[in-house]
Every structure is written in C-alpha cells, then in structure tokens.
Design a protein around this ligand. Structure first.
Ligand SMILES: [Zn+2]
Ligand SMILES: [Zn+2]
Length: 292
C-alpha cells in the first residue's frame, strides 16, 4: 500500500491541525513522506464571489487571496514553519500547494513570480471554480444553477481542467470529477468531456490523483471508475491522495482505492520522487528569467 500522501491541508488555511500534528501522524503510520498542499487561490474578484461569504462564516476565508502578494505572504510564513519543523524531523515535510489555475496572462505571470519566491517542492493543479463575467462560482453554486446555466458551467469546468493540464505548471492534477460531490456531471452526456480531458492529460504527460476522500459520500474515489478505466487504457500515471484536512484522515481508504485502480487497469503508481522530479514549464521559465 502507498505509504505517503502529498495532498493534505493544515490549520491557518482550511485544515484542522498543525503541520507538526500531520507529520507526527505520518511518522506513526510508518510513512516515508508527507507533503502539505494548502490552497493557493488568487483571483482579483474572489472576495466578491458568492462563496466568499460562506468561507468567512466557516472561518476558512484564508484560503482565498485577491492578489499574489497576499497569497505569497501567507505561504512564506507557512513554509517557514515547515522549514523549522524539518530541521529536527525524521521524515521531511514536502512543501506543496494546491493551485486553482486561471487561464490568462496576468495570472500566469503572477504565479510564476510567486513560484520563483516560494520555491515549492511540487504543485497540484485543481479546478474548484467556474468563472463567469469575472466572478467565481463553486460546486455548490453550480449545483443550484438553472439547468441551462448548469450545463454551460459543467462544460466550462472541464475546459478549465484541460487548460490547467496544458499549462504544464503542475506535478499532478487533483480530483478530476470534483463536481460529483454535489451529484452533478455524473451522467453519460459528460463522457465526451471526460474522454477529451484524458486525451489532453495523456498528451501532456501529467499524472492524475486518485483522491480517496470521495469515499465519504460514494463508493469510488475521484475520479470515477469509468474515468479510471480510460486512464488505465491510456497508461496515465497516478498517485493516491487522501486530501486530509486532519491527521485522522491520513491514508484513509488507500487500500480500497489502489485495489479499485488496479481493477480498472491502472498500472503506473508514482512515488514522491517521481512527482517532485517532473519537469515543469514554470521552472524552465524561472531559470530562463534568472539568467537575464
Ligand atoms: Zn481540492
Ligand atoms: Zn485539497
């Protein structure tokens, strides 16, 4: 069974426990690695978007930033804490981030500068939002949208995922069919979008995550069995994650996820070493910039 997780969240963002508490649990489980990947979500209108009100009420608004400076400041403090812990820790915490990709030049430019400063060990690509007229809508907004609007949002969601994949900024892609958590996008009419996305993933060479947190509400991980079968046929590499928001969730349903993935024909299970060493465009960009 896989003995690490690279997709986890901590206190100060939307997790419930400290970096040290997560590490202690990973040590207790006899793991080789743990990575912490808090949300890096930057959009100028994020605080005007409907979900921000609920985030403030739920005390997790810290995951959203209006500017790159704001997000970088939060991450610099968080990474500093990890560096301090790592000085005496048996297993080192890898510094990750779970990033919402926005497909425009301002965002890409800001993000590449942020990476240059923060130097994370790895970056997870995510799509938690659909952008419409410069406002962000999350899965719950998609769920309650009128049918026509919802279909448009779902198509836009899959387009976002493909744009993020093609950016080549990410070490692996998170929870591909996230919207099934609100029971949306599970029908056969979405096969084409799923298949197109798998083709783009195959072309790019990026890995996908099998996220065991979906077992909380259904009998499969993210992504679904049918997407895992497509990924198996395309020989796409995977990594298993728990998306743990507290230490008790580390490693949850890993065995079940691995077994299901193998039954779907998935063969390439990556190690943290494979993930961290994936060549990313951002790194190439940074290197080329720093020469001038
Ligand atoms: Zn996520
Ligand atoms: Zn997450």
């Amino acid at each position: 069974m896989q003995k690490f997780s690279l997709h986890t969240h901590t206190l100060g963002f939307d997790g419930q426990q400290t970096e040290l508490e997560m590490l202690k649990q990973a040590e207790k489980l006899g793991w080789s690695h743990i990575g912490i990947s808090n949300h890096f979500i930057v959009h100028p209108n994020i605080k005007k978007s409907p979900m921000y009100y609920y985030a403030e009420k739920g005390n997790y608004a810290a995951i959203y930033s209006e500017s790159f400076d704001e997000a970088v400041n939060k991450f610099a403090l968080h990474y500093q804490k990890i560096d301090e812990i790592n000085q005496t820790a048996k297993i080192k915490i890898l510094k990750g981030m779970e990033v919402d990709y926005f497909d425009n030049d301002n965002w890409r430019d800001g993000f590449v500068k942020a990476l240059d400063y923060l130097k994370p060990d790895y970056i997870i690509g995510s799509a938690h939002f659909v952008e419409k007229q410069n406002i962000l809508y999350n899965s719950h907004d998609v769920k309650v949208a009128p049918q026509i609007e919802q279909n448009w949002m779902l198509h836009r969601y899959w387009q976002n995922v493909r744009a993020a994949v093609s950016s080549n900024l990410f070490n692996f892609m998170a929870h591909l069919d996230l919207l099934k958590k609100v029971n949306v996008g599970c029908g056969t009419e979405w096969f084409d979008d799923e298949r197109k996305t798998i083709e783009v993933i195959k072309e790019s060479g990026v890995a996908i995550e099998l996220n065991s947190s979906a077992f909380k509400f259904c009998d499969e991980p993210y992504p679904s069995k049918r997407i895992m079968q497509m990924a198996g046929e395309a020989d796409i590499p995977v990594i298993i994650s728990d998306d743990a928001h507290k230490s008790a969730q580390l490693g949850n349903c890993f065995e079940r996820t691995e077994e299901m993935a193998k039954n779907c024909g998935i063969k390439k299970f990556l190690t943290p070493h494979d993930i961290v060493n994936r060549k990313l465009d951002a790194k190439l960009l940074i290197n080329s910039r720093s020469r001038f």
